[in-house]
Design a protein around this ligand. Structure first.
Ligand code: ATP
Length: 241
């Protein structure tokens, strides 16, 4: 079966000399969740932006077996590749509902309404604040809104950049539980960027470890259920460089 996403030999440069990502390859089978783990500066965000078409990259990225070279970011969104950036870039002055509508700007009125209802159903925390200003939401609720806005676009592949950033562990668990529910209900593929291995395991099938822009390891969530294997991965891949 063709992978939903296939990344092969990906390299990202900022300027002539600064290489942020070097020869990274991985795949997301349809309906699977893959985590990219690594410290700050490991290259995780650069990989996501390259897949979304927001920055230039070398190597090959294919979606549904089709090479994305030369495909602009806007067209990638239309095909179902949706990037939810880190830092919850919501429009603070607009209402929660208006923020959601932004994510489904390309949809017809009926579909937009249905999707808004679906997202609010999924995140009851923000549903009863739907007509209030987005800045009133707590950090966790803002993260739910950012993910909800991503879902409005009808993604087939969701690129989630550190959804746990700045959230208390309890809220992270809640956000991840909701993501688990989404993946159970749909055949959505997800690439999750994270620093937290244990939290990522709640959601992911495959975990890739990055350091200094390079892929240094790969484990399945199944393998990491063994606590000794988990500790080893933390020490070897996520320990001090
Ligand atoms: P973080 O969690 O801090 O976002 P990351 O693993 O996502 O880290 P990237 O943001 O992809 O890592 O950064 C990888 C490398 O590329 C870092 O050394 C970073 O300083 C560099 N970098 C990122 N963006 C730029 C840019 N716009 N210009 C120059 N260098 C950049």
């Amino acid at each position: 079966m063709t992978d939903l996403l296939n990344v092969s030999g990906l390299s990202v440069f900022y300027g002539a000399k600064a290489q942020a990502v070097e020869n990274v390859s991985f795949a997301v089978p349809s309906g699977k969740v893959v985590a990219l783990l690594g410290a700050n500066g490991a290259g995780k965000t650069s990989i996501m932006k390259a897949i979304a078409g927001l920055i230039p990259a070398r190597g090959a990225i294919s979606f549904d077996g089709v090479d994305l070279a030369g495909t602009p970011a806007r067209e990638r969104v239309k095909r179902g590749i949706v990037y939810v950036p880190e830092g919850r870039e919501i429009v603070r002055e607009m209402t929660v509902r208006e923020n959601l509508v932004l994510g489904g700007y390309h949809l017809g009125g009926r579909e937009r309404k249905d999707r808004t209802a679906m997202v609010l159903d999924l995140f009851p925390e923000i549903a009863n604040k739907a007509d209030g200003a987005a800045w009133r939401l707590s950090g966790g609720e803002q993260q739910m809104l950012a993910i909800g806005r991503g879902l409005m676009a009808g993604p087939r592949l969701l690129l989630l950049d550190e959804p746990s950033l700045g959230l208390a562990p309890m809220l992270v668990r809640r956000v991840f539980d909701r993501l688990r529910a989404i993946r159970q209900e749909t055949d959505l593929g997800i690439v999750l960027v994270e620093q937290n291995l244990v939290m990522s395991m709640r959601l992911c099938d495959d975990l890739y470890f990055l350091r200094g822009g390079m892929l240094v390891g790969h484990r399945s969530a199944e393998e990491l259920k063994d606590s000794a294997a988990r500790q080893e991965a933390i020490d070897v891949y996520l320990g001090a460089a």
